[in-house]
Every structure is written in structure tokens, then in C-alpha cells.
Design a protein around this ligand. Structure first.
Ligand SMILES: Nc1ncnc2c1ncn2[C@@H]1O[C@H](COP(=O)(O)OP(=O)(O)OP(=O)(O)O)[C@@H](O)[C@H]1O
Length: 300
């Protein structure tokens, strides 16, 4: 469990993280979302004691990160800036980390295997691709088999197979009862991996809800209608207050009326419907709508 209490960071006149309070619970993947510059990385750096907050604190199962005696055994972290020295091999880097945290040496081979780097363990990190570097960062986060994972944009640099592998790994860690906080700007990926969402913008908390609830509360719901006579049906629906958009495939997307109302209006007009279904918007649509609304309809 991670508890953030009033976490605040100012740079000069600017408050980049503004009184963030939320709890990240075990047994779920929590997605940390926000537009560029929202304050996600700064928040994660403060959580891990790398940036000093002006106010507030973070507790991991009741303790601040600097109070953890062997932190890698409690919290596995992946941050964008935590790059090992280029001249070290992956195995050297992880062996050093294992030693500092009193983690058995055999764990180094296990995590290198787990992240698919066993064949490159003796190569210098400086020769790694972006994706390999990311896998090494994940190996370091997993080294101490920690109950908590804090990962900033872990998908960066991974190929399609790597992204799927990471998704399954994170879901498995949550299923084991671990606490998983992961930031990503890839909405489709987030919608596939996260059970819960924390959304921030300009350092402020906008939402802290389950994924389904987030889309239900903030997203668009619409009814899709397919009929042979859309031209006749549209004005009838609009007379009842609907906003109707024609999709490229010829179907109608109807906002503002429930499926049952659309059905009654069509039946009253003697129209036959070939499809009538209710849809919710994607996570991306919902996120952009929420962030846009908070900024007075203007994207920043
Ligand atoms: N050391 C610093 N000095 C001054 N401003 C900073 C510093 N670090 C971050 N900022 C500013 O704080 C704001 C939040 O940055 P942060 O990197 O936390 O956002 P983010 O949500 O992680 O964005 P992104 O998705 O683009 O990585 C930005 O406006 C950034 O320019």
C-alpha cells in the first residue's frame, strides 16, 4: 500500500505538484495518467526520496522511502533518469544492487532471465538499445522481489512483444497481491493493463477511480444505430433532443437518448433497425474530454 499525503512541489513561482493525496492499493494495477508536464515524474521522484517535497509525504506500508533499510526489497522502482554507468555490464550492475540490498546473488540470473536479457548479461550497458535498457531497469526493479512496484513509463522503448510481456507481468504481480503503480502516456495500453486510475493535471488530482467507473463517470455513452433509411431517422431523433453523428461506415452515433428511446422513436416512424447497441468512449476519449473540460475546453 502506498499513501501520498498532500504531496507538493514548487519550482520558483510554479507549483508543479499541488497537494496530491491518494492511496495506491495492493492487488491491482493502478495507472497514473496525466498530460505532458502534469507532474507524474516529479510525483514519483518525490515518492522515492529523489526530489524533496515542499510539503507532504509518502508512506510505503507506513514508512517513508528513506526509512526503508533495504529499499529494493520493499519497493521496486523504474525511473527515467536511473541509468546505470555505460561501462558496466548488466550482470555487474545487478550484482552491485543485490549486494547493497542483501539480496541473494542467484536472483541476478533469475531476473535477467525473466526480462529476456540472459543472453546480453555480459554486454556493456552502453551498447544496449532503448528497449534493452528498459528491460534492465525492470530487472533492477524486480530484483528484490518487492511487494510494491513504482514504474515511470515502463513501456517506453519496448516493442510489441515486450509491451505484451510487460502487461502480463504487471497483471501477474497485482494478482499476487502486490501494489503496482505505473505511469504511461499510451492510453490503449493503459486501458488493457490498469484496474484503477489516478489522473492528474497541472499537479492536481482530477480522478481516483476504477477504470470502468472513470469511463462511465467522465466518458461519452452513445447508441449506435444501423438502418437502411438513416436520412429519414436523423431528423426524428434530433426532434427528440438527440445529437446524431454519421460514422464513416454509414451507421449513426446517437448522443442524448437511451437505446430504448431510439427504438421507440424508430418504431413509431415505422423504421426498421438493423443494429441498436450502446457504447462507451475509449479511455483516450474520456481522458482528453476530462482534461479538456478542466482547462475550459482548451487543450494545453
Ligand atoms: N528540476 C526542475 N526544475 C524546474 N521545473 C521542473 C523540474 N522538474 C520538472 N519541472 C517542471 O515540472 C512540471 C512537471 O514535470 P514532470 O516531468 O513531473 O511531468 P510529467 O507529468 O512526468 O510529464 P511527461 O509526461 O512529459 O514526462 C513540468 O512543467 C516541468 O517542466
Amino acid at each position: 500500500m502506498i499513501d501520498l499525503q498532500n504531496l507538493t512541489k514548487r519550482y520558483g513561482e510554479r507549483t508543479v505538484v499541488d497537494g496530491l493525496t491518494f492511496t495506491v492499493r495492493p492487488g491491482a494495477v493502478t495507472g497514473f495518467l496525466g498530460p505532458n508536464g502534469a507532474g507524474k515524474s516529479t510525483t514519483m521522484r518525490m515518492m522515492l526520496g529523489l526530489t524533496r517535497p515542499d510539503e507532504g509525504m509518502t508512506r510505503f506500508d507506513g514508512r517513508a522511502y528513506p526509512e526503508l533499510r533495504r529499499p529494493a526489497r520493499h519497493v521496486g522502482a523504474l525511473l527515467e533518469t536511473a541509468i546505470p554507468h555505460r561501462s558496466l555490464t548488466a550482470a555487474d550492475h545487478l550484482r552491485w544492487m543485490a549486494q547493497c540490498n542483501r539480496i541473494p546473488r542467484q536472483r541476478v540470473g533469475e531476473v535477467l532471465d525473466l526480462v529476456g536479457l540472459a543472453g546480453a548479461a555480459r554486454r556493456r550497458v552502453g551498447t544496449y538499445s532503448l528497449g534493452m535498457g528498459q528491460r534492465l531497469g525492470l530487472a533492477a526493479a524486480l530484483l528484490g522481489d518487492p511487494p510494491v512496484l513504482v514504474l515511470d513509463e515502463p513501456v517506453n522503448g519496448l516493442d510489441a512483444e515486450g509491451i505484451r510481456w510487460l502487461r502480463e507481468l504487471l497483471r501477474a504481480k497485482a494478482a499476487e497481491g502486490r501494489t503496482v503503480l505505473v505511469s504511461s502516456h499510451l492510453m490503449t495500453e493503459m486501458s488493457l493493463v490498469a484496474d484503477h486510475l489516478v489522473v492528474i493535471d497541472r499537479g492536481r488530482l482530477l480522478a481516483d477511480t476504477g477504470m470502468d467507473e472513470f469511463i462511465r463517470l467522465h466518458g461519452r455513452m452513445y447508441v449506435r444505430v444501423r438502418t437502411l433509411e438513416p436520412g429519414a431517422l436523423v431528423p426524428e431523433l434530433e426532434r427528440h433532443g438527440a445529437r446524431v453523428v454519421r460514422a464513416v461506415d454509414g451507421s449513426l452515433e446517437v448522443d442524448g437518448l437511451a437505446a430504448a428511446e431510439v427504438s421507440r422513436i424508430a418504431t413509431a416512424g415505422g423504421r426498421t433497425l438493423d443494429e441498436l447497441s450502446t457504447h462507451t468512449g475509449s479511455l483516450e476519449d474520456t481522458f482528453l474530454a476530462l482534461v479538456g473540460k478542466e482547462n475550459g475546453g482548451h487543450r494545453v
